[in-house]
Structures are given as C-alpha cells and as structure tokens.
Design a protein around this ligand. Sequence first.
Ligand code: BG6
Length: 286
Amino acid sequence: MGVNDTGNEVVLSSGNSTVRILKYGATVLSWTVNGKEQLFLSEKAVLDGTKAVRGGIPLVFPVFGKATEGPCAQLPQHGFARNHVWELLGQVSESPLTVQFGLGPEYLSEEARAAWPYDFSLVYTVVLQDNALVTKLTVDNTDSKPFEFNVLFHTYFRIPDVDKVSVDGLQGAAVTDKVSKTNYSAESTEVRIAQEVDRVYGGVPDARNVTIKSGDTQLFHVVDRKNLPDVVVWNPWIEKANGLGDFYPKDGYKNMICVETGSVDKWTSLQPGQSWEASQTLKVML
Ligand code: BG6
C-alpha cells in the first residue's frame, strides 16, 4: 500500500486498486481494480522515453492533433507533454492516495522550448480511489504574455470485444469526423464501432455521464468532467493498427477504445498570472 518510486515509474497501491505511472509523459501505464487491468497498453509500446506511449493515458498538451498554423505549428502531433520526463512532486494525500507530477519549460528539449517559447507550469494530479481514478491537470501561465492551448486525457480503455462496445452520453454533440472529413450533429443513439472511428464530440454537457458498455453491461463511467467539454472517440481498426509500428498485437484494436476527454474544439486562452484546471473521474463498474 502507498507510493513506490522505482526510478522511471511511480506505483500507487490502495485498497483494491493499483496504478503505474511512467515519469516519461507522466503516462498512466496500468490501472488495476481487483487485480483486473482496466487500460489497454500495446505490447510494443515504447517505454524507454524515445517515443510517446501507445496506450494507458498519454497527456495531450498544448495542442491536440497537428497544428498547421499558429503558435503550435512547430510542435509534433499532440504536443510535448507526452514525450518529456515529468518530475514527481510527491505524495500529497494518503486517503485518497494522491500524487502529483510537474512539468515546466526547464524540462523541455531545446526544440520543444523553441517551438513553444512560453513560461508555464503544469501540475498533474493522479488520485487513486476504490474503483475510480481521478486525473487533474493544472496549467499556470507564468509568462508575461497570454498563451492558448488544448488539453486532452488520451485514455485507452481495455474492453472485451469492440464488436459489442458502445459509448453512451454523446448524443446531440457537434461531431468533427476526422475519417469522413465531415461535420454533423451526433445521433440520438449510442456510438458503436464497426470501422475506423476518429471523432471529436464537441460540447458534451458537463452533467452527461459518458458510459462505455459491452452489450448491456456497463464497464466504465467517465464523470465529473471539469473544463473538459469535448470527448474524442478513437479506434484505429484494422488498416490503421497495421500501420502503427508500436501497436501490438495487430488485432489489439478489438480490445481497446479511446474515449478521451478534453478541451480541444476551441483554444483555451490563459492570461499572464492566471491558472486553469481540468479534471475527470473514471469509474469502473463492477
Ligand atoms: C487521437 C486522434 O486522439 O489520437 C487520432 O484523434 C490519432 O487522430 C490518435 O490518430 C493517435 O495519435 P498518435 O499520435 O498517438 O498516433
């Protein structure tokens, strides 16, 4: 029980749950409840700090996707938070078990620093509860000029069978569909996956309980979204999974669905001296 810093990773154990966090990217790699893994992590995920992790919960900041113009245009896809080593700030609470990680410009590579030349401070808080995991990101603008950013918790949920999975709670949202390259309003039915899916559901009301189900069985609830109005649903399906060198086994797309809460449809602007916070709670339905 408690927090164990193994060097590259931080392991939290509390009650019936454990979580493993890689300092590189402050990436949650594993979350178990009653000994059962709840997240998908590719068997070929690169964990040595040379590439963002394929699976778990990578952190997306300060840009979602690839910006072609504006202040994030020089950054790689999904920004720099997921491919830099964060500092373990320490344990901040025993009950619930809570740890924090920090990232600032002093930790960035020269390229990232040059590509996004702002002074900022990020604090990532991970709270492990029985059957629930809370992730919270605080962004501070410590610069003398404003900056804009996106934030996304890129959660890869482990599921028994993609053919049976559905996501409830996204009805009526404004969809940006990156596969069909169209925009439309989400239907009133649950989202199902039968092909590559890569969609941003924009402006999902805060009170909506986003639920991942397998058939009639509820697997996960994504609740208490604060400042995370958008939900990305992603499954690479056959061809895309084949094209991703670090995605393994190749039919692993059958056992994962990314349901990613974020603030990505619009830029969030932060004035000098201001602070902004986003959080989500992931609940396992037993
Ligand atoms: C999703 C994006 O969030 O992440 C997809 O909507 C993208 O477009 C996917 O393919 C994975 O991105 P990456 O950079 O980890 O391969």
